[in-house]
Design a protein around this ligand. Sequence first.
Ligand SMILES: NC(=O)c1ccc[n+]([C@@H]2O[C@H](COP(=O)([O-])OP(=O)(O)OC[C@H]3O[C@@H](n4cnc5c(N)ncnc54)[C@H](O)[C@@H]3O)[C@@H](O)[C@H]2O)c1
Ligand SMILES: O=C(O)C[C@H](O)C(=O)O
Ligand SMILES: [Mn+2]
Length: 541
Amino acid sequence: MTTPIEILNNPFLNKGTGFTMEERKELGVAGLLPPRVQTLEEQEAQTYAQFQSKPSDLEKRLFLMEIFNTNHTLFYYMFSQHVVEFMPIVYDPVIADTIENYSDLFVDPQNAVYFSIDNDEDFETSLKNAANGRDIKLIVVTDAEGILGIGDWGVNGVDIAVGKLMVYTAAAGVNPADVLPVVLDNGTNNKELLENPNYLGNRHERVRGEKYDKFVDDFVQAAEKTFPNLYLHWEDFARQNGAKILNKYKNDITTFNDDIQGTGIITLAAALGAMNITGEKLSEQTYLSFGAGSAGSGIAARIYDEMLQEGLSEEEAKSHIYLVDKQGLLFDDMDDLTPEQAPFARKRSEFANADQLKDLMSVVKEIHPTILVGTSTVPGAFTKEIVQEMASHVERPIIFPLSNPTKLVEATAKDLLEWTDGKALVANGIPVDPIEYKGVTYNIGQANNALVYPGLGLGTIASTAKVLNDEMISAAAHSLGGLVDGTKPGAAVLPPVSQLTKFSEDVAIAVAQSAVDQGITKEKISDVKSAIEALKWEPKY
Ligand SMILES: NC(=O)c1ccc[n+]([C@@H]2O[C@H](COP(=O)([O-])OP(=O)(O)OC[C@H]3O[C@@H](n4cnc5c(N)ncnc54)[C@H](O)[C@@H]3O)[C@@H](O)[C@H]2O)c1
Ligand SMILES: O=C(O)C[C@H](O)C(=O)O
Ligand SMILES: [Mn+2]
């Protein structure tokens, strides 16, 4: 039996002043609240006014977290009323500030689960205790070694798991009672944290090798056992671990790596949106990725797959794709390629000047890319000279600087438009306001995995798919690409975030339908739309 005080302190149950007089009597909270009963709309208006009075984005985010910790319904109702305004505050880029300052700002563990490689607490027990009787269907887990582009943030990274889950609910209507954020703390190599007396994580370097692999596997086994209907989302693992973990589990459980797969989907969708505008085919493009880590290699793999679907042979498709990383253009004789880079590494014999292709400018000059994607974490890497060199060989250069947060972007949309006289088709990872240039209003697409992962997760969970496979992933990308109206001058390559809930629904339907059509669901689903509707949660009293 939940006591009155427990009700008021439980964000899943608490309505605050929204409790009616009858509810107050029934639950025993009569007399424990100010007498006036407010509607959800009244609470929202009052709370939103307070939100607006906060002097900085960081203060705004901290205030919203306070509301989240107090009353989930109010938080999500307010989010639903201000999606475009709240996304950058709740999520990227402002989330990066709270992650960097997490230990100093800590007030509440936010119903997350914290696993430490140093402690011997039982994984299953902690998961059960955190779930508190709920049937968890979705976990976002991070070890926070590669948070956005800001690197290793140890246990502070729990915020990315919390934030990604908030977007699942705001975008796709995932029930907040169905989710659990998890952080795996195997140490941190971030000196600043190790020296910060407030740091709340394990104060040693990251544990690697077998012990780490076992730590991750113990978590996976416990999570799968405790929650049989689980969709397991991996976020912001370092390059060397993300793909390895995904490949280990993806054929056996329903699992998803956001940086590799989610980013692949949204960037392919953005490229298809650009094709809608130019009237060209993806298989005619010359694709260059600057930065070939989790995101860069994940996107290249998705672009490659799409080129195959358009009818190219494997050899032909590979001949359209170039990867540049720290070494320069990647060649097949390099001994430090990742398994994900290797298929796209080139032969030196293809180029007369192979040994000079060590920087982005030389590569752009040599190969004349038509699509340039940035996932390098190198701010300003797409310079005016490089962009104008690219633009001198192609009518509409397609340029997606995707590194997050704002301070790491390879180029701003405004600069790209100015440097190319409005010709560039641009998307960034962060939200960008419309840009006026020579009388045209340019809308800038946000190529951020947040536009797809919520629908992808909801659709997969609703379908009861046993795995999340490439067909489902491809279906997700195509469901978004079709939404762009390319005939308008200044049109964006992706639909606007204001339509987030609408296209999350489209993605969910496409993905669930794909699973059903492939016959890979645990249960028989006769109508995917009603299966999705049945799972959805709405913030209301
Ligand atoms: N928009 C999105 O949806 C989205 C999704 C995922 C990642 N990202 C962003 O992409 C960036 C990379 O993320 P990730 O998860 O792939 O990280 P990662 O560490 O796996 O990859 C980064 C890659 O960039 C390379 N790199 C670093 N310095 C370089 C340089 N000077 N020249 C060339 N390459 C260099 C690294 O060697 C590495 O291979 C981050 O800023 C992240 O925020 C954006
Ligand atoms: O978190 C984001 O905004 C996108 C992406 O997952 C990233 O790591 O940058
Ligand atoms: Mn990420």
